[in-house]
Write a protein that binds this ligand. Sequence first.
Ligand SMILES: *Cc1c(COP(=O)(O)O)cnc(C)c1O
Length: 401
Amino acid sequence: MTTSKEHIEITEKYGAHNYHPLPVVLARGQGAWVWDAEGKKYLDFLSAYSAVNQGHCHPRIVAALKEQADRITLTSRAFFNDQLGLFLKEACELAGMEMALPMNTGAEAVETAIKTVRKWGYRIKKVPADQAEIICCCDNFHGRTLTVVSFSSEPQYREDFGPFTPGFKLIPFGDAAALERAITKNTVAFLVEPIQGEAGVVVPPDGYLKQVRDICTRHNVLLCLDEIQTGLARTGKMFCFEHEGIRPDMLVVGKAISGGMLPVSLVLSSREILGLYRPGDHGSTFGGCPIGAAVGRAAIRVLVEEKLAERARELGEYFMGKLRSLAGKNKKIESVRGKGLLIGALLTPSAGKARPFCEKLMQQGLLCKETHERIIRFAPPLVIERADLDWAFDRVKAVLG
Ligand SMILES: *Cc1c(COP(=O)(O)O)cnc(C)c1O
């Protein structure tokens, strides 16, 4: 049998080093728990960056995957298939949208959203050709394609990759007045995450989404929310925008829309906007494939029927309360922020970097990942049991208490 150590060596030898994983080799997963190649058990506190909200290998999603694998997996969009229409209908009903465009990865869906708001800008808003502007926020994370990193404020995401796509403007996150100041007659959209996940679970001030909704409406600018990480029950609502009772013009989802089984993503919007597409304008060979659609349908059913949004809200409040009790007393955790089960703990400057703490937590059986140097994200699968959170908290207390 190949050992964990050997798997790591082979991966490092043959794989490009564009990640710095914790030294654990996962071989199996069930619910909130995963096992390494030697059979040691760990609690997953990352959920593949919120792609496995439904838990690892959810039996109903696995069954949908297997059943569809035996029937038909890929048709291309040259033909219809008997899963896609139902998947798009169910996703639209879940999000309260009229139409959807299926892609695969999150970054591809963001690219698609960018193409779509530009198309709307030229066709409907009558922005002069090639003049469309999109406003985004500093410290955003929307994926890794070249156009998407064109508006990243993280130098490492851009270094050596230029030249970049023009047409983007950056403003501070959480500052609605800055949005109003940045809008020009050529602004077609404001693209924003309701909570900045990769930036370290940065929660904007209360009322921010309401304010930006109002500003976008007054200036005829589309509000496009990237809920790839915050959506699908993670923050205690099916979508994070529901916390402020607003509706975006466009919504991007990915990750948990397949429960972590396959790359599936969607851009959802109105008929007025997505109805602008004509055959040949845009596409993807795998986007909308029957196996992705069948898995997506099962993943949505699990989110709804297992009431995972409510669970995330209750368990998130419970766990955040426990973490905050630490932050008050000790010298390692400066503050705790988040919504639902998307939680970030900011370490104090004197605590040092987050990475060694993640390594210690791993040795204790808890898999967390640092984001930036001083933040640890806590984001377990939403099917996690309260007793497992207590188990996790004991480990956090031992390492960070
Ligand atoms: C993960 C993520 C993406 C990119 O998704 P990929 O599937 O990795 O391309 C985009 N936006 C947000 C908010 C994300 O968390």
